[in-house]
Design a protein around this ligand. Structure first.
Ligand code: GRF
Length: 185
């Protein structure tokens, strides 16, 4: 199954997916990494794995539609079947949603529908919840609102953001691989 991974940041989820593929635990091929942040660390990680990168700054385009059209052209050229969001910090617009209906998935560091949007871990700490977690879901036009595919709970280490974050990332890397293996067809 040909996939593109979209990321704006560090890319640890990208790397976990690629390494699961290398170990034969996930039947997929990452054709392309797409980033809206040409300086993001995910670009280095992709290069280290010899995976092509499409790095486009939305501000270089006249509209969201034009930006997504440029991405879409490349996805079609690479015959990408699924879009896998992994820390991509932008809402997917109509152009990509219409061409990849029910073929876009995302991972979010909370038990949705709690704490959608930015800094879900910070939101969970602020609310002093005892349990948070990770959600993998289909992407629709909303912010972290599509149908849920998989969830796993993570205990919050009292007031310790760093420990909680580490636990969440470890679960993410495991859960995404499993959820993708069950979903990508
Ligand atoms: C992850 O916590 C993911 O759930 C969220 O953004 C973060 C990306 O981390 N959507 P990384 O870039 O994969 O390391």
């Amino acid at each position: 199954v040909s996939i593109a991974v979209f990321a704006s940041g560090s890319g640890s989820n990208f790397q976990a997916i690629q390494e699961a593929i290398e170990r034969g635990e996930l039947n997929a091929k990452i054709e392309l990494v797409v980033t809206d942040k040409p300086g993001a660390y995910v670009v280095e990680r992709a290069k280290a794995k010899s995976i092509p990168v499409l790095a486009l700054s939305p501000k270089d385009f006249g509209s969201k539609e034009a930006y997504e059209q440029a991405i879409l052209a490349k996805l079609q050229e690479c015959e990408v079947k699924w879009i896998v969001l992994a820390g991509y910090m932008r809402l997917i617009g109509e152009t990509l949603l219409n061409s990849y209906t029910s073929k876009i998935v995302n991972i979010h560091p909370s038990l949705l529908p709690s704490f959608p949007g930015k800094d879900a871990i910070g939101q969970a700490m602020e609310h002093r919840v005892k349990v948070t977690g990770v959600t993998v879901h289909f992407v629709d036009a909303g912010m972290d609102t599509g149908p849920i595919i998989a969830q796993r709970a993570v205990a919050v280490t009292d007031g310790d953001r760093e420990a909680t974050e580490q636990a969440i990332h470890a679960i993410e890397h495991d859960l995404y691989k499993e959820a993708l293996q069950a979903t990508l067809k």
